[in-house]
Ligand binder design. Structure first.
Ligand code: TIU
Length: 231
């Protein structure tokens, strides 16, 4: 595709070309349960402060995507109050201080409808934006995301959120196998493990972009600004 056919972002391993009309901003699991104390992330022994650096650049990206008229989709990982959609293998996993469904300071851990399950105030969805509630790490497993994207004519995703090597990676791999082109914004995804952040991003762009492209948010923002200039 020639640059004139779309908006171009300098990216690793090669420029990412997209049309804002057929591209969605996907914001993965920016929930209190992952980025604030007392939630699922902290019960697993993680320092949630490591994820908070994502919030400021992601706010700017969200504002720019809204201004450009792009579709915006938010996801939330969590389960029904009766845990009927939580496989026992997931429930038993690890050695958390509080298991999924247990009462925590922000409500029951990772349960839909609880305060901790919802998206942080800084990135609150607008009423016309899609929210996908997902029981797994991937955003496609057990959800109608694929059908919604196809119905809206979306072929590319700008992927953000947490955590890089878990829900972001799983989602990008699922999306790639379904034919979507994914640009991951390096400073708008976060991990509890700096090493996994670095390697997780490298894995996406390696081998000629084996399942996606990677670029900083500044490159994405600049591409939208340039698009608005008269040619
Ligand atoms: N624990 C961890 O790193 N992540 C998750 O469990 N879910 C998401 O990544 N959203």
């Amino acid at each position: 595709m020639s640059p004139a056919a779309g908006t171009v972002v300098p990216a690793d391993p090669a420029p990412f070309t997209f049309d804002p009309a057929s591209t969605a901003l996907l914001i993965i699991d920016m929930q209190r349960d992952f980025v604030e104390p007392g939630g699922f992330g902290e019960t697993l022994g993680n320092d949630v402060g490591l994820l908070r650096g994502v919030i400021a650049p992601l706010r700017d990206v969200l504002a720019a995507a809204r201004a450009a008229g792009m579709a915006v989709i938010h996801t939330r990982e969590g389960h029904r109050p009766d845990l009927s959609d939580c496989p026992p293998a997931k429930l038993r996993r690890g050695n958390p201080t509080l298991r999924i469904g247990a009462p925590g300071p922000n409500g029951r851990i990772l349960i839909r409808g609880e305060y901790g399950h919802d998206i942080i105030d800084e990135l609150a969805p607008l009423p016309d934006e899609t929210i996908i509630d997902k029981p797994g790490k991937g955003s496609f497993h057990g959800t109608d995301l694929d059908g919604r994207l196809r119905a809206a004519g979306i072929t590319s995703l700008v992927v953000t959120g947490v955590t890089t090597e878990v829900c972001v990676h799983t989602t990008v791999r699922e999306a790639n196998d379904r034919g979507y082109e994914c640009l991951v914004l390096s400073d708008c995804v976060g991990s509890y493990f700096p090493e996994f952040q670095r390697v997780g991003l490298a894995m996406i762009a390696a081998q000629g972009g084996i399942f996606g492209w990677v670029a900083p948010s500044t490159a994405f923002l600049a591409s939208l600004t340039l698009e608005e200039l008269p040619s």
